[in-house]
Design a protein around this ligand. Structure first.
Ligand code: C2E
Ligand code: MG
Ligand code: MG
Length: 252
């Protein structure tokens, strides 16, 4: 019941975590990550409420709020910084996803090429629902599509053939094990070269150490994201980080 009221009560907030291009060492995008701020000030992480929000159908209006708010925030960033937004499989079952995304972009005045939608295998598993067709419709708008948490599901390689993704995000569990387990390092290396051959960007998630960063660079990953570079920051914190990088006066 608390969760049901949270949207109307304005208790959700978005944090933004930078994605850094390894070649230029610059911030090229930020991923919007939702949090629920309880009345006592405590922040509830998404893993604890997204499944419930999906169950009670709240994810549809919440997902719409996330898209609108995130696009609005991103419209104030420099042109070269993209916005990544996570989509739940439930949002794909609901008619109107394309128009929700289109109006979020139009209302914010954000170019579709600056929006990247992150989906997981869970979205593709409901293939009977015309999901791939929907993904093509979204791509036709000019937005980019990323496959998130790659390597954690069932048959990831066949999913790579089902749709021309713009990006593969290598799950952080592989990055975490990279220095201690040869198999994790081999998988990261293989995915990076697969991405390169398929013309897809590869982003490694969850980089926490310099050693991991060096290894990912050597293995040919394109982008990195993780606490080593920056944790997710609130809107103001992310703008401050951007302005520190670019030297202009974006910070509010
Ligand atoms: P995700 O999309 O894979 O997001 C990355 C998660 O990894 C984030 O957790 C981020 O804070 C965390 N992370 C980033 N760098 C590091 C690191 O160096 N080390 C570690 N240990 N963790 C790191 P968060 O924000 O708790 O989000 C968890 C998941 O919840 C997300 O995984 C995503 O699946 C879901 N989620 C978050 N925001 C949204 C949203 O707006 N909509 C939907 N549908 N799902 C969301
Ligand atoms: Mg994600
Ligand atoms: Mg992920």
């Amino acid at each position: 019941m608390d969760l049901d009221r949270a949207l109307a009560d304005g208790q959700f907030q978005l944090d933004f975590q930078p994605l850094v291009d390894l070649a230029s060492a610059r911030i090229v995008a930020a991923e919007a990550l939702v949090r629920w701020r309880l009345s006592d000030g405590r922040l509830v992480p998404p893993d604890e409420f997204i499944p419930l929000a999906e169950e009670i159908g709240l994810i549809v209006p919440l997902g719409q709020w996330i898209l609108q708010h995130a696009c609005h925030v991103a419209s104030t960033w420099p042109e070269h910084v993209r916005l990544a937004v996570n989509l739940s499989p439930v949002q794909f079952q609901h008619p109107g996803l394309v128009s929700v995304i289109t109006s979020a972009l139009i209302n914010a005045g954000l170019s579709p090429s600056r929006l990247e939608l992150e989906i997981t295998e869970g979205v593709l598993m409901q293939s009977d629902l015309g999901t791939v067709e929907l993904l093509h419709q979204l791509k036709a708008l000019g937005v980019r599509i990323a496959l998130d948490d790659f390597g954690t599901g069932y048959s990831s390689l066949s999913y790579l053939r089902s749709f021309p993704f713009d990006k593969i995000k290598i799950d952080r569990s592989f990055v975490a094990d990279m220095d201690s387990r040869a198999d994790a390092a081999a998988i990261v290396q293989a995915v990076a070269s697969l991405g390169a051959s398929l013309g897809m960007t590869t982003t490694a998630e969850g980089i926490e150490t310099q050693a991991q960063l060096d290894q990912l660079r050597a293995e040919g990953c394109t982008q990195v994201q993780g606490f080593l570079l920056s944790p997710p920051l609130d809107e103001r914190g992310f703008r401050a980080l951007l302005s520190k990088e670019t030297g202009d006066s974006l910070a509010a």
